[in-house]
Every structure is written in structure tokens, then in C-alpha cells.
Design a protein around this ligand. Structure first.
Ligand SMILES: *[C@@H]1O[C@H](CO)[C@@H](O)[C@H](O)[C@H]1NC(C)=O
Ligand SMILES: *[C@@H]1O[C@H](CO)[C@@H](O)[C@H](O)[C@H]1NC(C)=O
Ligand SMILES: *[C@@H]1O[C@H](CO)[C@@H](O)[C@H](O)[C@H]1NC(C)=O
Ligand SMILES: *[C@@H]1O[C@H](CO)[C@@H](O)[C@H](O)[C@H]1NC(C)=O
Ligand SMILES: [Zn+2]
Length: 304
């Protein structure tokens, strides 16, 4: 028992000793870890000019007709894998079962892992913001180009990583498709613990594909050190519903120091002239064309 206690202390002290990065919420009283404002000191790329997340100002986005729908492959497969509390977030490892292409990605990307960013008890917690609004949580599904075998390898390529970002919104009713993940949380409250997730597919975790034609696209970075500028971001407009209780369940997890794992997001970064593109759906083109033709028809009818 004493040995176990000592080894836990050793782990705590190792993480408390300066080098490890942490979120702003962990910096407070005793400065025992490196907060977002100082990540640059341990990972220089965090101070560069293509960083993520950003605030998306919708009226300044550029509509791009090449941004067709994302093609999902394997998203309906059941994932037989573990969910892990890694000390910064909860992560689900995905064993290359799923792929994405289309959407002007220019390559096929395979899924590696997913993780989340959240607030406190369902309060604001997303990383990206839309017109300054922070959603309660954000899902990141991390993919790498097919030819690479790990995220570490893919970050050497400016478009080596493709992350799909989804926002959550508070709903009246619980989202039953999330019960597996939410129920698993009570078994992974401490960092370093994991539990097997059963009967979950990626499709169960995201909105139906027909609601995903509207999204934002920009070039950015990983939102944790080393902040590698290798990410093609795709941020979907359609949020995923979760009840207040479901959102709050994530606040039961703890960081290494035993405090509540809350506000796990990096503050928004400057855009430095980068463009943010917005997909233009086929439905939009058709309805606009119909509108224009009906206007011309009525003018014609009036003139005759
Ligand atoms: C801050 O550090 C001091 C000395 O290391 C310790 O006595 C104190 O309990 C710490 N406070 C917190 C809030 O961790
Ligand atoms: C959590 O752990 C308990 C005890 O080991 C187990 O009975 C239960 O099935 C686990 N729950 C989940 C969702 O994994
Ligand atoms: C999950 O936890 C077990 C110990 O309970 C450990 O042996 C295993 O390596 C862990 N798996 C992962 C992927 O972290
Ligand atoms: C979270 O903790 C609260 C208070 O301890 C408890 O009532 C609630 O059931 C927990 N939620 C989950 C999902 O474990
Ligand atoms: Zn993330």
C-alpha cells in the first residue's frame, strides 16, 4: 500500500514539475504547470501564425463551391475500443476503421482517435467559436493521410492531418446514442484509466450525414502542444444535442492533481489573414436558381 502511495506521489510530482502543459483553469493558485499563454516556451510552434482554435466570423467567410459533402466510410462500423482519461481529456482510439474523403480534402484520410473539449457543468466549453459564441462542448475526430502510420508522422506534412469538429448544444432530452460514452465516464475518473466501449459507431456520435453539408474550412494547427500547423479543419454547423446532465457528467473526471477536469479548451488564436471558407450546398444552388428563374418569369409575365 505504501509503495503504491509513493508511486502515485512520484507520478503527481513528475507532472507537477514545470515541463507538462495544462489548461488555464489548472494554472490558478500555485503555478505548477505551463498554461496556454506560455505553451510557446515548451513548444515553439504554439507561437506561430496558423494556430487553432479561432473565432469564425460568419459574415467574413468565403463561400467555396468546391466544398462538397464529406464522404464517410466505415463510420457505421461498431468501434471495439477503449476510452481513456489521458490527463487532459477523454480519448477514444480508433483503429483506422473509418475514412473520409471528398470535401476538397484532396486525399483520403483515416481516423486515428477522437476526443472532446468542454466547460464546467455544461457551461461554455468549445474551442472554436462562431461569431464569438462558445458552445458547451466540441468533438474532434482526428484523421491522418492514408500514407502515414501515426499522427506524429503526419504532422510533418502541412495537410497531413484532417480534423472534423462538431459542436454540442444543450437539449431537453438525453441523447440515448451517447449513453455508452457517458456511462463509461464513472470508470475513468482518474488519469491513466481506461474502459472498453461497446456497441458504439462513429455515426451514432455525429448528426446524420444529410445535415452535414454546411461547414467551415480553414488551415490551422493541433490545439494542444506541440501545436503543429498541419491541420485541415472542417467545422460543422449542425450541433449534436446532449442534455445538461450528460454535458455535466464530463466535469466528474479529474486532472492529475485531483481537481475537476473542466474548461479543457485553448483560448482562440489570431487569424493573421487566413481565410475561412464556407461550403455552399447543392440545395442552396438549386433553390437560388429556382428563385432567380421565378423572378424572371414573373417580370416577363408582367411585361407581357
Ligand atoms: C502552494 O504551495 C505551497 C508550498 O509549496 C503549499 O504549502 C500550498 O498548500 C499550495 N497551495 C495550493 C492551493 O496548492
Ligand atoms: C464500471 O465498472 C464496474 C465495476 O468494475 C462495472 O461493473 C461496470 O460495468 C463498468 N461500467 C462501464 C460502463 O464500463
Ligand atoms: C487500459 O488499462 C489497462 C490496465 O487496467 C492497461 O493494461 C492497458 O494498457 C490500458 N490500455 C490503454 C490503451 O491505455
Ligand atoms: C457526477 O457526480 C455527481 C455528484 O457526485 C453525481 O450525482 C452524478 O451522478 C455523476 N455523474 C456521472 C455521470 O457519473
Ligand atoms: Zn481537440
Amino acid at each position: 500500500m505504501n509503495v503504491l502511495y509513493l508511486s502515485i506521489l512520484t507520478v503527481l510530482c513528475r507532472f507537477a514539475s514545470s515541463e507538462d502543459w495544462c489548461y488555464q483553469t489548472q494554472v490558478t493558485c500555485n503555478k505548477t504547470c505551463v498554461g496556454p499563454d506560455e505553451w510557446e516556451t515548451i513548444a515553439p510552434e504554439c507561437g506561430n501564425r496558423k494556430q487553432s482554435p479561432i473565432n469564425i466570423v460568419t459574415k467574413n467567410t468565403l463561400t467555396d463551391s468546391r466544398l462538397t459533402q464529406v464522404q464517410f466510410t466505415g463510420y457505421q462500423e461498431m468501434i471495439n475500443t477503449v476510452i481513456i482519461n489521458n490527463g487532459h481529456t477523454v480519448q477514444v482510439n480508433l483503429q483506422n476503421i473509418a475514412r473520409i474523403d471528398g470535401a476538397n480534402l484532396g486525399a483520403t484520410y483515416k481516423a486515428q482517435q477522437l476526443h472532446l473539449h468542454w466547460g464546467k457543468n455544461g457551461g461554455p466549453g468549445s474551442e472554436h467559436t462562431i461569431d464569438g459564441e462558445k458552445y458547451p462542448m466540441e468533438l474532434h475526430i482526428v484523421h491522418i493521410k492514408e500514407k502515414y502510420s501515426s499522427v506524429e508522422q503526419a504532422i510533418g506534412d502541412p495537410s497531413g492531418v484532417a480534423v472534423l469538429g462538431f459542436f454540442y448544444e444543450e437539449s431537453e432530452n438525453a441523447n440515448k446514442k451517447y449513453e455508452g460514452i457517458i456511462n463509461s465516464l464513472e470508470n475513468i475518473t482518474h488519469p491513466g484509466t481506461n474502459v472498453t466501449l461497446g456497441d458504439i459507431s462513429l455515426d451514432m456520435l455525429i448528426p446524420s450525414h444529410d445535415k452535414l453539408e454546411k461547414y467551415y474550412r480553414y488551415q490551422g494547427s493541433l490545439t494542444t502542444p506541440a501545436c503543429s500547423e498541419a491541420v485541415v479543419w472542417t467545422i460543422f454547423e449542425e450541433p449534436i444535442p446532449l442534455s445538461r446532465e450528460q454535458l455535466s457528467a464530463f466535469s466528474n473526471l479529474t486532472f492529475h492533481d485531483g481537481t475537476a477536469m473542466v474548461n479543457t479548451y485553448r483560448p482562440v488564436q489570431l487569424r493573421y489573414g487566413r481565410e475561412v471558407f464556407y461550403s455552399r450546398s447543392y440545395a442552396f444552388c438549386v433553390s437560388t436558381a429556382l428563385l432567380i428563374s421565378s423572378v424572371f418569369t414573373s417580370i416577363y409575365v408582367l411585361m407581357v
